[in-house]
Design a protein around this ligand. Structure first.
Ligand SMILES: NC(=O)c1ccc[n+]([C@@H]2O[C@H](COP(=O)([O-])OP(=O)(O)OC[C@H]3O[C@@H](n4cnc5c(N)ncnc54)[C@H](O)[C@@H]3O)[C@@H](O)[C@H]2O)c1
Ligand SMILES: O=P(O)(O)OC[C@H](O)CO
Length: 322
């Protein structure tokens, strides 16, 4: 298996580092030729400046080098995937394409693997997701992720090839469930950050995580996910990590909203677009997802965190299982 990674941001680089340390040769592609030249010279990447790139990583800016690989990990932001795979559909034909982004595409309202399948029908799509901070993976801290693929043989081969001494992959055939868990938890993490940033307390955050998880389960079930997938690493596991750590950009973005502070617009915050996508999906399916809905309105600047709290807490009382 010849492994290429599209996107030399934090996550793409972290995956390249752990794979190279385990003895794999990795082609790491970035679109910016100057940045790649700098990476070659310094063996460092801007998004993970404290990490030295092992020898097994070849940074490239030529797409031909990336397309020479048979297995490509797609580590671009979720909203960039559709354009990339559509533009390069011919070169990507027949390849194994492993989606690593956690977000719902705003244009199609589908997950990453559906975008890949639509643009490149001959490719085999897979997904790598679960609770992990790029810095932890790159530093060799123990991490467990989900490798989801509808093709069992390909899933097993990827599980073997992408596991390293510090990165343990569990296999799943429920691609839809795994990708929805990873995408939807980012929306709830923004809500939790806003809650803490606005000084509403840990009890309120626990309520948001729990009721937010109920929303994740409701939407995922309506889109065909297996309930147990949401209970696993890609759903519950990643929700816990992202809603409770200031290493999370989604959570930090929420904190900034809660405090009324500005946030770095160059930072990848997947939950912001996905909150809008979830609102559209919920409307189309007649689902009530109040936490996701007020989060989308906070992100759009239509509600303050206190107004969002007011909207949530004053809803009609109901049974917990509803
Ligand atoms: N950082 C993490 O801890 C982490 C962990 C797990 C999953 N992820 C997921 O990985 C995905 C990428 O996140 P990241 O942390 O690497 O983000 P990042 O912002 O660090 O890097 C994204 C990279 O993609 C490049 N890029 C953006 N648009 C592009 C385009 N149109 N074409 C080509 N390149 C483009 C950027 O220049 C940048 O190098 C996200 O969906 C995120 O949820 C991140
Ligand atoms: O920094 P975030 O919020 O994108 O979170 C990174 C990972 O998704 C956590 O699993």
């Amino acid at each position: 298996m010849r492994i290429g990674i599209a996107g030399a941001g934090a996550f793409g680089t972290a995956l390249a580092v752990t794979l190279a340390q385990a003895g794999q040769a990795v082609t790491l592609w970035a679109r910016d030729a100057e940045a790649v030249e700098e990476m070659r010279r310094t063996r460092r990447v801007a998004r993970l400046p404290e990490i030295e790139l092992p020898e097994g990583i070849e940074p490239v800016s030529e797409l031909s080098s990336l397309f020479a690989c048979d297995t490509i990990l797609m580590a671009l932001p979720a909203q960039a995937t559709r354009v990339f795979v559509t533009e390069h559909a011919g070169a990507l034909a027949g390849k194994v394409l492993v989606a690593c982004a956690k977000g719902i595409d705003l244009h199609s309202l589908t997950g990453q693997t559906a975008i890949i399948s639509e643009a490149v029908p001959s490719a085999t799509p897979a997904l790598l997701t679960g609770p992990s901070f790029a810095a932890d993976i790159a530093r060799g801290l123990p991490t467990a992720l989900t490798l989801a693929c509808a093709d069992d043989g390909c899933g097993a081969a990827l599980q073997q090839a992408l596991s390293t001494p510090t990165l343990r992959l569990y296999r799943s055939a429920d691609v839809i469930g795994a990708e929805l868990g990873g995408a939807l938890k980012n929306v709830i993490a923004i809500a939790c950050g806003a809650c803490i940033g606005a000084g509403l307390g840990d009890s309120a955050r626990a309520a948001l995580m729990t009721r937010g998880f109920a929303e994740m389960q409701r939407l995922a079930a309506s889109l065909g996910a297996a309930p147990e997938t949401l209970m696993g690493l890609s759903g519950f596991g990643d929700l816990v990590l992202t809603c409770s750590s200031e290493l999370s950009r989604n959570y930090r973005y929420g904190l900034a909203l809660g405090r009324g502070e500005a946030f770095d617009s160059h930072m990848t915050v997947e939950g912001a677009a996905t909150a809008r996508a979830v609102t559209d999906l919920a409307a189309a399916r007649g689902l009530d997802l109040p936490i996701s809905a007020v989060t989308a309105r906070m992100v759009a600047g239509d509600l303050t965190p206190l107004q969002a709290l007011d909207a949530l807490i004053n809803r009609p009382l109901k049974e917990e299982r509803e």
